[in-house]
Design a protein around this ligand. Structure first.
Ligand SMILES: O=C1O[C@H](COP(=O)(O)O)[C@@H](O)[C@H](O)[C@H]1O
Length: 226
């Protein structure tokens, strides 16, 4: 249910992970004609996005979206969409079709409604994790957490109000993440490794990532570098 891949350094981890992601997307394109990739934001995926953007793949057949977003305009420096545009939708990957989550920066309700119109199977959810155990924007102590973690949740995205981080969020729900064909968690550093190891032992709302690590029917690959 969980495969841990560890590397001696970030460069080798990024190289292997970019190749693994391209193989997963390439297989889906071969089988279904298109592939769907939902990515995380934050700071961690920058080198991975740069490597992926130069990876050989029929990117014109890839639909890229986000597992979560800060509710800010795409031009805001904190926008995950902005990060994806700057680092992933470049070079070869500029051919991909991208759909962001904040379609109306003046209205969370309108943006959420639009985001939830997305249909079709997601091939791969590429997740990150914060040192507080959040993944996507599933934050501990958020008032919407129970709704977002509900295994019967039909919505793909919900709004989340983090207590400990900036900006109102839009997050993919746990149920939608578990419905994706594949999941990859990409983390770096000793502090995140320690959080991850604690989350492997205890499934708890104090570390929402723990709900992704113990799912026999929805396995996850974890890529870690120091
Ligand atoms: O706020 C967020 O944080 C997590 C982790 O970010 P990082 O900067 O520690 O890599 C990220 O996965 C998520 O997409 C983002 O919105």
């Amino acid at each position: 249910m969980m495969n841990l891949h560890t590397y001696a350094d970030e460069a080798s981890c990024v190289r292997e992970l970019a190749a693994a992601i391209a193989a997963i997307l390439g297989q889906a394109i071969g089988e279904q004609g298109r592939a769907g990739l939902a990515v995380s934001g934050g700071r961690s995926p920058i080198a991975l996005f740069e490597a992926l953007s130069n990876t050989e793949l029929d990117w014109s057949r890839v639909d890229i979206s986000l597992v979560d977003e800060r509710f800010v305009a795409p031009s805001d420096p904190d926008s995950n969409e902005g990060l994806v545009r700057r680092y992933l939708l470049q070079a070869r990957a500029a051919q991909a079709r991208f759909t962001g989550l904040v379609s109306d920066p003046a209205s969370m309700a309108a943006s959420l409604e639009r985001a939830n119109q997305a249909t079709g199977e997601l091939t791969l959810a590429l997740l990150g994790m914060g040192e507080d155990g959040h993944t996507a924007s599933l934050f501990p102590q958020a008032p919407e957490l129970a709704q977002a973690l509900d295994p019967a949740q039909a919505l793909r995205y919900v709004s989340v109000t983090p207590e400990s981080a900036a900006h109102l969020r839009i997050s993919m729900t746990l149920a939608a993440l578990l419905r994706a064909r594949r999941r990859i968690l990409f983390i770096g550093g000793a502090a995140k490794r320690a959080v991850f190891e604690r989350a492997c032992i205890t499934k708890t709302k104090a570390m929402p990532v723990s709900f992704l690590l113990d799912q026999p029917d929805s396995p996850i690959d974890v890529y870690w570098h120091p």
